[in-house]
Design a protein around this ligand. Sequence first.
Ligand SMILES: Cc1cc2nc3c(=O)[nH]c(=O)nc-3n(C[C@H](O)[C@H](O)[C@H](O)COP(=O)(O)O)c2cc1C
Length: 181
Amino acid sequence: MTDSKKNILLGVTGSIAAYLALDLITDLRSEGFAVAPVMTRDAHHFVTPLSLQSFAGREVVEDFFSLPGRAKPIHIELAKWADVILVAPATADIIAKLSHGLADDVLTCAALASDSPLVIAPAMNDKMFKNKFTRENLKRLEGVGAKIVPPVHGHLICSDEGMGHLAENASIVKAVKAALS
Ligand SMILES: Cc1cc2nc3c(=O)[nH]c(=O)nc-3n(C[C@H](O)[C@H](O)[C@H](O)COP(=O)(O)O)c2cc1C
């Protein structure tokens, strides 16, 4: 993977907001970024690899064990390629994993193997977002330099409204640019 543009590894996780990653990819690409989507296993319930691949214009990585014959493991290749790792939408689960250094899939392994900035845009039920474990996990991530793009107040599927809706694309793009500057 070589590219003169700035490269974004976009982690897409198992949130109801995962479909919003498609529009986010369009906005990131229109800003000149190359976007390589990496899906968690549960993201498949919410958005298809084909859609992500079509919007990104490049292969979507889902699972390192289904890619035999590579000289280097895909998570190491992606970690080297990425100028920034953006997780949007980020579930409570991925936030907990990243904040504790767990590494059981391509996204978490790539994050551990990278020195590039980490930008996280959470999306979840408002109670999950306000939960003390989630708050502590986000603080832990901020403490090691991750940039959090807070969710906004808006429509949630589980309740009428609440704080947990994925931030606007403009805020996420701005955070990515700030992380790179
Ligand atoms: C309909 C539905 C919507 C969900 N939306 C969210 C969400 O927006 N945010 C979240 O943190 N978890 C959400 N979950 C729970 C996650 O899908 C679950 O924690 C999953 O294991 C996350 O996996 P991942 O972090 O590896 O992608 C949802 C579950 C269901 C069934």
